[in-house]
Design a protein. Sequence first.
Length: 346
Amino acid sequence: MRSIIRPPLAWIRRPVLVLALALVIVVPAVAQTPADLIVAITSPAAGATVNGRARIEGWAVDPGNPPTSTGGINARDIQLWLGPYPDGRLLDYAAFGLSSEPSMGFYGASYLRSGFERTWSTCSFRPGPYELWVYVSSLSNPGVLGYNKLDLNVTPCAPGTEIYRADFRDTQSWRALSTTQVETGPDGNAWLIRRKVPGASGDSPEGVYANFRAEVTARVVGRPINRYYYIQFRQVPGPGDTLGDFYYRFSVDPDFGSFDLARFENEIETILIEETRMEMLIRPPEEENRLAVQADGSRISLFINGTKVGEAMDEALPWGRISFGVGSGGQPDAAARFSDFVITIP
């Protein structure tokens, strides 16, 4: 779950979608035949009403080709969509390779690890009916596709409901990392991100969020000049646990006492709120600042230390992953300490 990894993308807006999908092959052009991939959605049940964290589970196999450890399925290309291609949008990628007794019962022991799963935080999405589609592709026979779908109804959650709070002691969700570029790990009740080379690095929890309020407390560690920290949100998910190059970023430079908001599309930056200085509100680098983003439909509101500092309207990205991180501002390295990361319903 590292935002420093940049995979191919599956969607952003429809003109880009058609081009990108040629790379990940999810065009359901024909109905399934016995030689096609088989996709089963086991949870939720068809027609179910869901509220809160909905577990999406199922299995997929490629019975027309020799089984592999993943049943012939491309494990990195289990795509969950809200609405069918091309009018729908990618929701997330599911994890693949889980044990599935139903698939083994139908196709034999070689297909045991054919299960997929992903948790959908429905509280941040508009209530109402949805079509959930699952698209998969063949690993051994490129161009062979499989898909299935079910209808769901999402019910609303109360405003202010807490839908995620980080526990940085949870080694399964927040794993320490040490590479030549970045080092991350717990620091008491907080999370430390140390960028070792010029650039930016961040961490995020699992799942995608549409309408939310995300908050984190940040402080620069070490050299303060020209370092910044940020909340990155509605970032397009990528295969596996990777993140795409389409996202919003709310950045704060505590040394200069400024902030800005931008949308990034394949490293092309679109400024939504120009860099704005607020030295009286933004505390210096050695002190903590509380950052918050509230996204509700196309309206994006920014807060620093409890004060609303800006608002923008932009509908390019309706949902995605949320992360926090630190940037070096072109300097050799950067480090920041993050605490009290929480996501609530606006």
